[in-house]
Design a protein around this ligand. Structure first.
Ligand code: ADP
Length: 591
């Protein structure tokens, strides 16, 4: 099919030429055949008249009569017969349908010699008699002697047969018979037929040309369609293999195209065939993005914290543009999304490493030097505070001294935890008692901050199911760091502060199983600009904060092969989720 359709153009010109030639030749041939047919008809009619006359002549001969002049006159009156005549060998008219012509001389037709060779065959030719066109048929007039010649006395000889001795007038000499057929209708009829044939030929040619044109257009259509399909297939391949998410919408935000990475970023299941409306995806504030594009803006690599799910923020780089149709009118919007989770994690890691290396050098020397005098200070402070038990003012001051020394000691411990390698003691442990213990440890601080702490465990929790390989002390330390932050954040919100500790088993995208321990609060949440700095050593927004709690927690959890995910909406609280792989081997010590 493809090869037929890929004819070069000159071939089409050739086909057109051939169609015209064939139609023309057919028309000519038809015209010739028609002409021959019409002549044959005229001649047949003339032959019949000659045959009838010869027959009559024979009959008259037998009867010894000669009514040929009257007969010719009768025949001459026939509407399509112009004349009929019998001539002798010199061209003298013996009998003529118009008796006035009898005795005149006529020039014999040039074909009379041919007729002499074949006397039984008649010959026809066109002539004009004055204005009138005639078709003249000539034949040698020789009505045969009728019947067999029997010997006299033969019993078969009856009176029906001419006596053999009787003289037959046409036996001696040469005679011709000529019939002139009226051919005045011949040419107009032929012309009409030619006109009809030409019309048919023109119609056939037109049909042929239309067929060829159709073939040509069909070929072009097929080629254009194939090109379109190829281009579409290429575009689809390019779009689906792009390493970034691509979403195209119409003017009302209805998605018309999306690729796989976009589905993953926006959380649209790949099996879902129909596109959800953009407004249903609470990922971004799409309307304001579209308004920004409508007001002539172009969004380039804008870093946004999108809400990938109810428990997860996703840093996304967004580029967007307005789409226009072929006439320059607005046709929709194009959004290009890039997941920055990994980029942010790496950035954070780099920052962390920088700070840790600085911290490591400092902490190792300084922290050790501070710890010894600090324990002396605490010992003396405790001793002196005991001594002034009766003096309330002095006792309170002493207590502050002890608390502040404790705080200082904690800072130093934190500093050492960050700088020192973690030597994990990994054992199989049940996680529920660890969570309950953490709740017990945080309760005094929670009460102080008027915060309620709740523990949510999955209903089907059994001792076998919640066992996991971990360093229980370190895990509790990490969890406490998160709980302390949550209690402080929820406490800042005044009364009604709540912290919820939940445990559940989860799998992400059908991957390995994780234990997810979430600490969520209803505090003020985290400002988007601070999201990137979380887990960075010394990053704190608190007046008395050290900025080490999250760093230490993350370090411990990462050593267990897990990770901490953060979700926060400013003004609506925050959730920190520790994900611990259930099957994976913990990394153990980072020494
Ligand atoms: P610190 O608590 O000493 O500031 P962290 O590393 O524990 O140090 O926390 C760093 C910062 O992260 C905090 O200062 C705070 O701004 C922010 N943060 C941590 N947890 C929360 C939370 N639950 N709610 C709001 N902000 C938080």
């Amino acid at each position: 099919m493809r090869t037929i359709l890929n004819f070069p153009r000159w071939l089409y010109a050739g086909i057109v030429f051939i169609v015209i030639c064939v139609a023309g030749l057919l028309a000519l041939r038809n015209t010739d055949q028609q002409r021959e047919q019409m002549i044959a008809n005229l001649k047949d009619r003339a032959d019949v008249l000659i045959w009838a006359l010869e027959g009559s002549a024979r009959a008259m001969g037998r009867m010894g009569q000669n009514h040929l002049p009257e007969l010719l006159e009768e025949i001459g009156d026939e509407p399509d017969v112009a004349y009929m005549a019998i001539l002798d060998g010199q061209g003298r008219i013996l009998i003529h349908s118009d008796s006035a012509e009898s005795g005149n001389l006529r020039r014999l037709p040039p074909l009379h010699e041919e007729m002499d060779k074949e006397p039984s065959v008649s010959r026809g030719t066109f002539i004009t008699d004055g204005e009138k066109p005639l078709y003249e048929v000539w034949k040698i007039f020789a009505p045969k002697r009728p019947g067999p010649v029997f010997a006299p006395g033969d019993p078969r000889l009856t009176r029906r047969w001419l006596h053999p001795t009787r003289k037959w007038p046409w036996d001696e000499g040469r005679f011709y018979i000529a019939v002139g057929m009226d051919a005045s209708h011949f040419e107009p009829r032929l012309r009409r037929y030619v006109a009809q044939t030409m019309m048919m030929a023109a119609l056939i040619t037109a049909a042929g040309l239309a067929g060829i044109a159709l073939l040509f257009f069909f070929q072009n259509y097929k080629r254009s369609r194939r090109m379109l399909e190829d281009t579409q297939a290429l575009a689809e391949q390019v779009i689906s293999n792009l390493p970034v998410g691509l979403v195209v919408t119409d003017l009302h935000g209805k998605i018309s195209l999306r690729n796989r990475p976009a589905e993953q970023i926006l959380g649209i299941p790949h099996e879902q065939e129909n596109h959800p409306p953009l407004q249903d995806l609470t990922f971004f504030d799409w309307r304001s993005l579209m308004d920004e594009l409508d007001s002539g803006g172009l969004i380039l690599e804008k870093e946004l914290d999108a809400f990938a799910s109810k428990t997860r923020n996703m840093p996304v780089s967004l580029s967007a543009a307005k789409l226009t149709d072929s006439e320059g009118g607005k046709s929709g919007y194009l959004f290009i999304l890039r997941d920055l989770d990994e980029v942010r994690r790496l950035r954070r890691q780099v920052k962390l490493n920088e700070r840790l290396s600085a911290l490591g050098n400092l902490a190792a020397g300084v922290a050790h030097e501070i710890r010894n005098p600090l324990s002396s200070i605490k010992g003396y402070a405790t001793y002196l505070t005991e001594k002034v038990k009766e003096d309330k003012m002095a006792h309170a001051t002493g207590m502050i001294l002890i608390q502040e020394t404790d705080r200082l000691n904690r800072v130093v411990s934190d500093l050492l935890s960050v700088a020192k390698p973690l030597n994990l003691r990994i054992e199989s442990a049940s996680i529920t008692p660890l969570l309950q213990q953490a709740i017990r440890l945080i309760t005094p601080e929670a009460e102080e901050n008027m915060v309620t702490v709740e523990l949510d465990l999955p209903p089907e929790q059994t001792p076998q199911k919640d066992r996991i390989m971990l360093d229980a002390d370190r895990f509790t330390q990490a969890l406490l760091n998160l709980l302390v932050n949550a209690v402080q954040a929820a406490g800042g919100a005044g009364s009604g502060g709540t912290v919820r500790l939940t445990l559940e088993k989860t799998t992400e995208h059908g991957g390995p199983e994780f234990l997810a321990v979430s600490v969520s609060d209803n505090g003020q949440g985290i400002a988007p600009r601070d999201m990137e700095n979380l887990f960075t050593p010394y990053f704190t927004t608190k007046a008395t904060g050290t900025g080490l709690g999250l760093t230490i927690a993350q370090r411990i959890i990462e050593q267990h092969g897990g990770e901490i995910k953060v979700y926060s909406r400013q003004g609506q609280g925050a959730a920190f989720t520790i994900l611990l792989p259930v099957t994976a081997e913990p990394r153990g010590s980072d020494a």
